[in-house]
Design a binder for this molecule. Sequence first.
Ligand SMILES: [Zn+2]
Length: 230
Amino acid sequence: MSATQCYMCDATATSVEHVPPRCLFPEQKDLPSGVDLRKQLITVPSCDVHNTSKSKDDEYLLYALSMNIPNNPTASNHFATKILRAIQRNPSVIKKFTEKQIPVKVEDTQTGEIHETLALQVDRQRLESALMMIGRALYFHHFKTRWNGSVSAYPNFLLALTEPNARELNEPVEKMAALAEEFFLNQPCHGENQDVFSYQVAAGQSPVETIMLLRFYEGSRVTLLFRNGG
Ligand SMILES: [Zn+2]
């Protein structure tokens, strides 16, 4: 009988880790009665090191996601309840996000409405690393084996706003997002709480072995490319 291995390394798993993090899913007390958004959350076996190393990034991911404009009412409600409570408890948490605010006008592409909002400068590397970890965990969950190649994350919501060449920087991001939507159009969607999170998976073309499309609160989407080799 062999012990269960961690989703990231050869160590024996000592706990399970939620993927994506459980804090993204609203609690019962913040929802209308009868609504359950924590149905059959996905977990992977994890060692102590890989369980604790992620928890700070999880929180960061939650803030970055819940402030995105294209999200659904579930995200807004989650922000108005859980996240505001967390900010009241520990105002320094939110400071990281609000230090560099830039007022921007954003057009809702469906209604044409212009919203005035604040864009928050996101630590791109940190966010991408959190998303790559989620990618590895989902791969483990979906295929029951560890992914040893590389993972690249392409969020659709990290658009450049202030750089003088913002248009050129954003073009590949938008192109990738559009391609992924088209590619996954008729593929099944996995996940029991799709208001919060769902994912799709398909085989790619070498050197990309697998492609995933993650949807957070419907509107925040991330394309993940799993490439063979380093
Ligand atoms: Zn581990």
